[in-house]
Design a protein around this ligand. Structure first.
Ligand code: MEV
Length: 443
């Protein structure tokens, strides 16, 4: 096949770029320079990044912003956020400031349990395999000791192991369902190592000891893997205040605002089309801190959306009420996070971001990140139910549009002045730049 290659990973970085640019970027004379301009001058730092993954050719930058003024359980935080979307950090900061003078955010860990499964098929009598599992369970756990000892010393490890008959869902399908406590580690490596050991023991014990074993009573391990669905690893974050305190300088009637806000959240609770966008706004805040702290945002996303659908229909992750004149707004979200292992010590910025947060434990980081999601959602729903989202969003996006038109510093300053009192739209920015350039030509 043209444009394919054997042994790409063995090429040097320069050779990889040369191959790539000549095969897939030949029309772009600047391709190599664009890739190389993101290389770090510090060779050691660059090598560190090169070695995070295979076939690294450059670094992909995202802005790292700070949302200050978060009060969480009476302690103040400046939260690091890595994200490209213009308005996210501004909205988080605004929401943090809003709640700073209204008691701040309160959080509670509802659980820290992680899950893993050994999926297997068994074609014989389900009663026999269940009874056999109960007989062998102690041996399986004993075999696991070398892997769990150190985690157990610190209070973690395997918490439960049971056989689940899933043959109603799929013929011959069973699983060994395990729960774990992984403390400050996200735990994927620990859990997967344990599961592979459990699977090995289970298969061996069956082969060696199951008296009922025969050709039509076959046990086959299909796979062993953690579940990213962690409905037992959940944090709750909340804000509340008397409705009368919801008023702000913009003069909106606090009762009307509270009513509209609660109604907007109810709509997200019952209407999946709205819920997805509502939760996307929450994930704007969550993912940004997850990324900044070196955690796995794909795992977090997958778990959050599964949790949002846990009652059978996709729904909002946040909820709001007004009771006895008190406005209450909260989130409940599963967050399997780590503050040790993974990138946490390796990536200098991740390390610094964790330090800035006071080197939190994993549960403390769950609390901080849930708060970031709640704040983000508060900002979005507040805008949506008052000014509309575009006003703030387009203001924040203005600089991107100006950069797209390659505006000079002078043009940017004039545009910023102009849009202080005018509505920002793409065509308004285009018109302004065209007119500025025309009058500069005619001057
Ligand atoms: C945009 O990234 C996020 C929002 O659409 C969220 C929402 O609608 O709640 C503003």
């Amino acid at each position: 096949m043209p444009h394919t290659i054997q042994g790409f990973s063995r090429l040097t970085k320069d050779e990889k770029i040369a191959w790539l640019t000549s095969n897939f970027l030949s029309s772009n004379a600047n391709a190599t320079q664009i890739l190389k301009q993101y290389w770090n001058d510090d060779q050691k730092l660059q090598q560190l990044h090169d070695e995070f993954i295979e076939n690294t050719i450059s670094n992909y930058y995202l802005p790292l912003g700070i949302a200050p003024n978060f009060i969480i359980n009476n302690k103040s935080f400046a939260i690091p956020m890595a994200i490209e979307e213009s308005s996210v950090v501004a909205a988080a900061s605004k929401a943090a400031k809003f709640w700073m003078s209204r008691g701040g955010f309160k959080t509670q860990i509802l659980g820290t349990e992680k899950i893993g499964q050994v999926h297997f098929t068994f074609s014989g009598d389900s009663k026999k395999i269940s009874a056999f599992f109960e007989e062998q369970k102690a041996q399986i756990i004993e075999d696991l000791k070398p892997h769990t000892e150190s985690m157990e010393r610190r209070g973690g490890g395997l918490k439960s192991l049971k056989l689940v008959n899933k043959t109603n869902a799929l013929e011959h399908y069973y699983q060994l369902h395990a729960t774990f406590e992984t403390l400050d580690a996200m735990g994927a490596n620990f859990i997967n190592t344990c599961l592979e050991q459990i699977a090995e023991s289970w298969q061996r014990l069956y082969n060696e000891k199951a008296s009922f074993k025969s050709a039509d009573q076959e046990l086959v391990v299909i796979m062993s893997i953690l579940s990213n669905y962690v409905p037992g690893c959940v944090v709750r974050a909340e804000v509340s205040c008397p409705v009368s305190e919801l008023s702000e300088a913009d003069g909106i009637d606090p009762q009307l605002f509270a009513n509209k806000f609660v109604q907007a959240v109810r709509i997200a609770e019952v209407e999946p089309y709205r819920a997805v966008t509502h939760n996307k706004g929450i994930m704007n805040g969550i993912d940004a801190v997850v990324l900044a702290t070196g955690n796995d945002f794909r795992a977090i996303e997958a778990a959050a959306h599964a949790y949002a659908a846990k009652d059978g229909s996709y729904s909002s992750l946040t909820h709001a009420t007004i009771e006895d004149g008190i406005f209450k707004f909260w989130i409940e979200i599963p967050l399997a996070l780590g503050t040790v292992g993974g990138l946490t010590k390796l990536h200098p910025l991740v390390k610094l971001n964790l330090e800035m947060l006071g080197n939190p434990s994993a549960p403390q980081l769950m609390e901080i990140i849930a708060v970031a999601g709640l704040a983000q959602n508060f900002g979005a729903v507040k805008s949506l139910t008052t000014t509309g989202i575009q006003k703030g969003h387009m203001k924040m996006h203005l600089m991107n549009m100006l950069n797209q038109f390659e505006a000079s510093e002078e043009e940017k300053n004039q545009a910023i002045q102009h849009f202080k009192t005018n509505k920002v739209t793409y065509s308004a920015v285009e018109n302004l730049i065209t007119n500025l350039r025309k009058s500069a030509q005619n001057a």
